[in-house]
Every structure is written in structure tokens, then in C-alpha cells.
Ligand binder design. Structure first.
Ligand code: COA
Length: 325
């Protein structure tokens, strides 16, 4: 069995920065409410780039850092809730644009937990020997799912992408834990087109926006972050004091403050960039990871935990020993 190491990261977000003050020009909201309850100051909203465009730009940077040839990649996974198409998969579009001719490509649907699920899938493919080099991407134009009349929800999200190249290595992913709870499916949903065929008489306008019961998701998030972190620590025999950073899904600073308090740790252990990007769904963890990497926050041997949660409901964490390439 092989170990699995991250050898390159990259990220990209659209240039269009949308502040809370700008949102207040066309909906009944204000900076104080949004930043006070969530920590979000601004987000990026794509004007003319789709999910695959963001994914490609993040991937090119990750491939450069990994110092590999795109033809070395044998698996591309795009975790996304907002693909360009149902098919072809976003992963196939990325494959074509970067020239990764030897890759098997598919998208992965686990909402905001998509990158952590993807880490798990990539790890299993590499450990088993099925794959050698995997390009894992979390990418979203979640803005296209938003109802801009729903101020409780639309102010929280933003667009972006993050990518990582994984390969066989000595250090790397030490333990991974994932899970799902379909009983909470209705707390966070984004419907696909309704059933429509020659036997149905369905002429209703589609109303498929992202919908969320914020309070329920908040409670779930705090509980599950703690469960996920405890699980990967238990499986790896590390203590929380040995973890340098926790890289959480960036959904709400209050979720992180509550989780840190319940875990009895300093909230500074959680890397946060939510103020600038908002919740970018499956992109949030790889975007944060790439920022940390580029800022030189990660040294050889550092132990970090990525932890995600989201629609499904889905959740998961990975404990990683970092090695700079
Ligand atoms: N601007 C101003 N006021 C707003 C507002 C906005 N954008 N959105 C809601 N409000 C108002 C509400 O209408 C309500 O007013 P009322 O009391 O007069 O009815 C008040 O603020 C409180 O609303 P509520 O929904 O109870 O706020 P909250 O404290 O529960 O915070 C969230 C709402 C969404 C910030 C919070 O529930 C949350 O972060 N949940 C988790 C969401 C999440 O992370 N989802 C993604 C997971 S992947």
C-alpha cells in the first residue's frame, strides 16, 4: 500500500469583488449584520467564467507547483455542486483544456464536503495502486444557484476554486473520516430540474435556487466539526495539541468560534479567509489550503486537519502530515 502526499496546490477566484455594502444597495441588508453574524466582508462573484474556467486556472497553478506534466495525471476529480453541465463532467472539460489525456475523469457531488470526500477517493485510488497521480479540484460558481431575494442565504456565498495534486509519497494523509446523514437533506438543498416527460403535465416554472435552514445547519456544523476532528485524531493517535492548523470549511466564523470553544482550543488554530471569499462550498478548503501554502505557513512535518460539512448532509475530515515539494 502506498502513502499519499500533496505535492502541489493552486487556487483561483474571479476578479469581481462584491462587498457587503454593495449588496446593501439592492437588498435590505447591511455590513454590520453580515459581518457580525458570519465574519464575511466580501465575496467574489463570477461575471463570465463558469465552474470549469475557475477549476482550470486553479489546476494549472497546482500542476506547476507539483512540477508534473499534465499527461502524468491518471485521475481528475472535480468536487462541485455547480457544474457547467450534468454531462460532460467538469472534470472532462478540465482534462481537455489542460491536456491530461491519460486521466479518468468524473465529478463528485458532496456539496461543501466535496473536497474532503475527494481526498478520500483519491487516497483510496492511490493506496490501492490504481492511480499514481491525481488532480483533485473543488470548484464552484455557487452564485448561479442563489436567490438574490433571499437575504438570509445569498449573502453567505461566493465563487472560487482550489486544486491539489496528490501522488505516492512517504508522508501525507494519515487518517480520513467521512460520513453522511440523509435525514438532514432538506436543511440545505439545490434542486435539479423537475421531472418532465411525455407522461407528466409539468409546466411550472423552475424555481431551483439554493435553499437553507440556517439555524439547523449551524447546529449540525458545530456538532459535526467536533466529531470529525475527534475521529481523525483517535484514528491517528495524535492529540489536538500536535495539530498546527485546522483548515475548516469556511461557512461562518461563529461556527468556528463555537467549535473551538467546545474543543477547548484557541480559535487561531483555525485558518480563516471567510472575510474575503465567503462560503465557496467545495472550493473553500482547497482555496484556504493553497493560501496557507503560498503564505509559507506550512512546514515539513506539520500536522493539519481539513474538516468539511455541507448539504446532504455530508461531513468529513482528513489529518495530513505536510511536506513541501
Ligand atoms: N441582513 C439583515 N438582516 C437579515 C439578513 C440579512 N442578510 N438575513 C436575515 N436577517 C434578519 C432576519 O430576517 C431576522 O429578522 P427578524 O428577527 O426580524 O425576523 C434576523 O435577521 C435574524 O435571522 P436569523 O435567520 O434568525 O439569523 P441567525 O442569527 O440564525 O443567522 C445565519 C442566520 C444564516 C447567519 C446562521 O443561521 C448561519 O450561519 N447558519 C449556518 C449557515 C451555513 O453555514 N450554511 C452553509 C453550510 S455549508
Amino acid at each position: 500500500m502506498y502513502n499519499v502526499q500533496i505535492i502541489g496546490t493552486g487556487s483561483y477566484a474571479p476578479g469581481n469583488i462584491v462587498s457587503n455594502d454593495f449588496l446593501a444597495t439592492f437588498m435590505d441588508t447591511n455590513d454590520e449584520w453580515i459581518s457580525g453574524r458570519t465574519g464575511i466582508k466580501e465575496r467574489r462573484i463570477s461575471i463570465d467564467e463558469n465552474t470549469s474556467d475557475l477549476a482550470i486556472k486553479a489546476s494549472i497553478k497546482a500542476i506547476e507547483e507539483a512540477k508534473i506534466n499534465p499527461q502524468d495525471i491518471d485521475l481528475i476529480i472535480v468536487a462541485t455542486a455547480t457544474p457547467d453541465y450534468f454531462f460532460p463532467s467538469t472534470a472532462c472539460i478540465v482534462q481537455k483544456k489542460i491536456g491530461a489525456k491519460n486521466a479518468t475523469c468524473f465529478d463528485l457531488s458532496a456539496a461543501c464536503t466535496g473536497f474532503v470526500y475527494g481526498l478520500n477517493v483519491a487516497t483510496q485510488f492511490i493506496k490501492s495502486g490504481q492511480s499514481k497521480t491525481v488532480l483533485l479540484i473543488g470548484a464552484e460558481t455557487i452564485s448561479k444557484s442563489l436567490n438574490w431575494q433571499d437575504r438570509k442565504t445569498c449573502v453567505l456565498f461566493g465563487d472560487g476554486a482550489g486544486a491539489a495534486v496528490l501522488t505516492r509519497g512517504e508522508e501525507g494523509i494519515i487518517s480520513i473520516y467521512t460520513g453522511s446523514d440523509g435525514d438532514g437533506a432538506e436543511f440545505l438543498e439545490y434542486a435539479a430540474p423537475q421531472l418532465r416527460n411525455i407522461f407528466t403535465n409539468n409546466s411550472e416554472e423552475s424555481n431551483n435556487y439554493l435553499k437553507m435552514q440556517g439555524g439547523e445547519v449551524f447546529k449540525f456544523a458545530v456538532k459535526i466539526i467536533i466529531q470529525c476532528i475527534e475521529k481523525v485524531l483517535e484514528e491517528s493517535n495524535y492529540g489536538i495539541e500536535e495539530i498546527k492548523y485546522i483548515v475548516p470549511h469556511q461557512a461562518n466564523i461563529k461556527i468556528i468560534e463555537s467549535s473551538a470553544k467546545k474543543l477547548g482550543i484557541d480559535k487561531e488554530k483555525f485558518f480563516m479567509n471567510i472575510a474575503e471569499y465567503g462560503n465557496t462550498s467545495a472550493a473553500s478548503i482547497p482555496l484556504a489550503l493553497d493560501q496557507m501554502n503560498k503564505q509559507g505557513l506550512l512546514q515539513d512535518g506539520d500536522k493539519i486537519i481539513t474538516v468539511g460539512f455541507g448539504g446532504g448532509l455530508t461531513y468529513g475530515a482528513a489529518l495530513i502530515e505536510w511536506k513541501n515539494n
